[in-house]
Design a protein around this ligand. Structure first.
Ligand code: SAM
Length: 460
């Protein structure tokens, strides 16, 4: 039995797809290169922007003919596209099953039924179940849904209110991944900073009174997992990031100096209309607290490479965004100099409050603003990365890619180095940087220090 799985959207979708793949391959399914070769097709979807939704509908439409020619193929639609199922059934009658966002169980149940109904079970015996190789770096969902009410965002309507997974359940998944060889986990949620606020009271503690675990507690617990070397988390919400969390990142050696804190706009009135719950001044203050807390310990290092990788999201062309308001965003990005900016042109999303506002920035103007920020960011990251030239960085090697090893630094910089006949997958390599560009760097491997040796070192 073969499956074809297509994923688009956030890291949560990719983490859900990884869980589905693990379950399918354990059942004896094999990955097909093309939908035409599959018995089971899963589309894990996103509708956060119109462009993502268009790609999903394109994919869905392209499967109609395949289903006609091969009616036995089972098609499952999963993710944020799934909403008001009866109307989806009417529009896409060739889809066999619908699974809500993160509902991997529905996919697995259907796959099991499908495998059980295979007319020639002997054919299955030729494919003994093998567990898929665990990735060096894996995403682990820590909460689902979102409690914020950003006026442009459809996520809450599709994924519902925030539900945190219990600490024990997350730890069990992380331990399992580490036991299988994962070296890094990224804790995922729409807003990880509010992790735990919905969990049951964890009891009384002398120092805290009644308390619930928060993200800082979770990081501490995950930090204890043996075999794991790095921890990341995303995405954060600026209004929910506490000093306690920033301190935990600074204190826990396995937690990487890398944060994704979406600002969305550099203008207070746009932020208010977006329902973001913070001002530009508060955001600026947050960035400075993060950079201050994670600054290099040794004074000499401040002249070297940046000690924290900061990423942000920006929406351009929100309803009513004037040229001046856009320029305020541009200037803020120039001032704060992020390592990564995910910039999106606003698109109205069904059912959101902003959908009722006039979408009055013309598409070509949205594109001009988006491109201006992309160009600015290319220059800024090019300059930031140039500081790495000649420095030695610690790279967790993830995989081979086009004849090179590929990995990332603690601050999430992508680094490539030449293959040298040794399997470096999962190694923590020290690499001297010889070439830098805005999107990646290249270097030469120096050595692979034994575990523990790197603990006291900064990059550089
Ligand atoms: N929770 C995070 C936050 O604080 O915003 C980010 C998660 S959000 C699902 C992913 C990104 O998609 C947002 O940061 C935003 O930039 C973008 N986005 C969401 N709705 C959008 C819309 N209607 N049009 C364009 N971009 C949108």
């Amino acid at each position: 039995m073969n499956y074809y799985l297509w994923t688009i959207g956030c890291q949560m979708n990719f983490a859900d797809s990884r869980r589905a793949v693990e379950a399918l391959e354990t059942m004896g399914y094999r990955e097909a290169d093309r939908p035409q070769e599959a018995d089971l097709i899963v589309l894990n979807t996103c509708v956060v922007r119109q462009s993502a939704e268009d790609k999903v509908t394109g994919r869905l439409t392209s499967l109609q003919g395949l289903k006609r020619r091969k009616p036995e193929v089972q098609i499952v639609l999963m993710g944020c596209f799934v909403h008001e199922v009866p109307s989806l059934q009417q529009r896409y009658p060739w889809v066999d099953a619908f699974a809500l966002p993160s509902d991997v169980d529905t996919v697995v149940d259907l796959a099991r039924d499908l495998a059980a109904g295979v007319p020639h079970p002997a054919a299955r015996d030729t494919e003994p179940p093998v567990a898929r190789e665990t990735p060096v770096s894996a995403g682990v969902a820590i909460s689902y849904g979102c409690d914020h009410l950003c006026t442009y965002c459809v996520v809450r309507l599709r994924r519902g209110r925030e539900v945190s997974r219990p600490v024990a359940e997350i730890l069990a998944e992380v331990r399992e991944l580490a036991a299988q060889g994962a070296k890094e986990v990224t804790l995922l949620g729409q807003n990880v900073d509010s992790y735990g606020h919905d969990l049951a009271d964890a009891g009384r503690r002398a120092d805290k009174g009644h308390w619930r675990p928060d993200l800082a507690d979770l990081l501490k617990a995950v930090h204890e997992v043996e075999g794991l070397e790095r921890i990341r988390f995303l995405t954060s919400h600026p209004a929910d990031m506490t000093d306690r969390l920033i301190e935990a990142v600074a204190r826990l050696p396995k937690v990487c100096e890398h944060m994704e804190v979406p600002v969305q706009s550099g203008d207070d009135s746009v932020l208010r209309r977006m329902g973001r719950g913070y001002s530009v001044a508060q955001y600026r203050d947050l960035v400075s607290r993060i950079r201050q807390a994670l600054r290099p310990e040794r004074e000499a290092d401040t002249a070297a490479i940046p000690s924290v990788g900061l990423a942000t999201d920006v929406i351009v062309g929100f309803p009513g965004e004037t040229q001046q308001q856009f320029e305020a965003t541009y200037r803020l990005l120039e001032e704060l100099r992020f390592d990564m900016v995910h910039v999106a042109a606003y698109s109205p999303r069904p059912g959101t409050p902003a959908e009722r506002l006039p979408d009055d920035v013309p598409p070509e103007e949205k594109e001009r603003r988006r491109q201006a920020i992309d160009d600015l960011q290319e220059r800024i990251v090019g300059e930031i990365n140039a500081q790495f030239q000649g420095q030695t960085v610690e790279v967790l090697v993830e995989e081979r890619h086009r004849g090179k090893w590929r990995g990332r630094t603690r601050t999430n910089k992508l680094v490539f180095f030449d293959v040298d006949g040794v399997d470096r997958t999962g190694q923590m390599a020290r690499v001297r940087i010889q070439w830098t560009g805005p999107w990646s760097m290249q270097g030469q491997i120096i050595d692979v220090p034994q575990l523990g040796e790197t603990d006291q070192e900064d990059e550089g």
